[in-house]
Design a protein around this ligand. Structure first.
Ligand code: ATP
Ligand code: MG
Length: 394
């Protein structure tokens, strides 16, 4: 029934002279997202609006809407009846048909809102609203007008063509991916880091990601799980590169040479160092982690201070003040939860100390790391050389 969608966007509407860049990025991202949906779609920009026209005879409406609900930058998706005609009688007939088909129970308040791109139209916008409102009440006497707080806004836009819509499906909000630079996500197999990547990407940031694995202590299944998580978030963030870094030798060296209660902190510092080097090489302007204050020993203020100590790029920690339950809710919403809780070992759980320091002192940690001096450079070089890059596509 719907042959088009009107896409409403929020924040990108206020970007002044750069607005077209945001609109173009949004159109581009919509195009890519819809390329996986059955049907032919043409995305266009017109007078501060984005329209999607369906060109094929048939298309998968539900999939199209679900897909658009994942494109950051979209505030609302309005399925539209598209008319070639501007004839008043045709508009009235189509509006009556639409309300009849779309709403089985018509015991609601409504208002007709009209917009005229075509100023030569014989009726003004308020006149269109008034007349069409009367026509709808004639057709469905159970309808009630409420101009201040209607449940349904039947909107008619008369431009080159006529658009009729009454439904507004909430989009994900945020900014189009690609409009805010790129950042490197430290993606583990847990619940938190996929959510962290999703949240930063929602602000328009393009992702690249790195996963540290430690074969044979971590299995091929654990790696596959991370790839699956990457694919799940790519439905929102768009395609990105995932680096798989072999961390076994570094982890073993830390285990052999450093105090066991400091293992996790030192490990995390090496992860950050490696992630940062990859980030600089890929023009990323920051790192992203799923850390949250106090969640585990390695995420106390003192521990975070030690981890941060090795970074020069900003580290974005969007979950820093979130309770676990709130993070779980987002992971359920974005569909990563079920994968995240699969019980595969990750490289931190295997080498974890029984009693890790919870208030590490950065000077002591730095000193412990000097025990790695003889071996670490070669190990880091090997880790970079054996970087496996996987293209995560939508
Ligand atoms: P998550 O649920 O994201 O795994 P977590 O609660 O298990 O987080 P930690 O294991 O302390 O927390 O890790 C903190 C952050 O460090 C993670 O959110 C992630 O960004 C990063 N990280 C941890 N392990 C890895 C790994 N193996 N590969 C890449 N990043 C990792
Ligand atoms: Mg983890």
């Amino acid at each position: 029934m719907y042959r088009a969608f009107l896409i409403k966007y929020s924040e990108i509407g206020i970007k002044g002279k750069n607005r077209y860049l945001f609109e173009d990025a949004l159109c581009h991202n919509i195009n890519i997202a819809l390329s996986n949906v059955e049907g032919d779609f043409v995305v266009s920009k017109e007078q501060g609006r984005i329209y999607i026209e369906v060109k094929s005879e048939t298309y998968d409406y539900d999939d199209a809407v679900d897909t658009l609900k994942r494109v950051f930058g979209i505030a609302a998706i309005c399925p539209v009846i598209l008319l070639d005609s501007k004839e008043w009688d045709v508009i009235c007939a189509e509006a009556v048909k639409h309300v009849g088909e779309r709403y089985e129970d018509r015991n609601f308040t409504f208002k007709v809102e009209a917009k005229r791109g075509d100023k030569s139209y014989p009726y003004t916008s308020p006149e269109i609203g008034m007349h069409l409102g009367a026509v709808l009440i004639d057709a469905y006497p159970e309808l009630k007008v409420d101009v201040y707080n209607p449940s349904v806004r039947v909107t008619v836009e008369i431009r080159k063509m006529t658009y009729i819509y009454s439904e507004s499906i909430k989009g994900p909000g945020g900014m189009p991916v690609g409009t805010s630079g790129k950042a490197m996500l430290l993606l583990s197999g847990g619940i938190d880091s996929p959510v962290a990547g999703y949240m930063i990407s929602k602000r328009g940031v393009k992702l690249e990601a790195v996963y540290f694995h430690a074969p044979p202590y971590t299995s091929e299944r654990a790696k596959k799980k991370v790839i699956t998580l990457a694919k799940l978030i790519a439905k929102y963030t768009g395609s990105f590169k995932l680096h798989i870094i072999n961390f076994t030798d570094i982890q073993m060296a830390i285990y052999e040479k450093c105090p066991h209660d400091e293992l996790t902190i030192i490990m995390r510092r090496y992860m950050m160092r490696i992630a940062e080097k990859l980030a600089y090489e890929s023009d990323c302007y920051g790192l992203i982690t799923g850390e949250s204050i106090g969640q585990v020993a390695s995420q106390t203020m003192q521990s975070l201070n030690c981890t941060n100590d090795v970074c020069t790029l900003p580290v974005y920690r969007p979950l820093i003040a979130f309770d676990k339950q709130d993070i779980v809710e987002i992971s359920q919403k974005i569909d990563t939860f079920e994968t995240s809780i699969l019980p595969f070992e990750d490289c931190c759980t295997i080498f974890v100390a029984k009693h890790p320091v919870t208030k590490p002192d950065v000077k002591i940690i730095r000193k412990s790391e000097t025990k790695l001096e003889d071996v670490i450079d070669d190990m880091l070089a090997t880790a970079y050389e054996t970087d496996e890059i996987i293209e995560i596509t939508v």
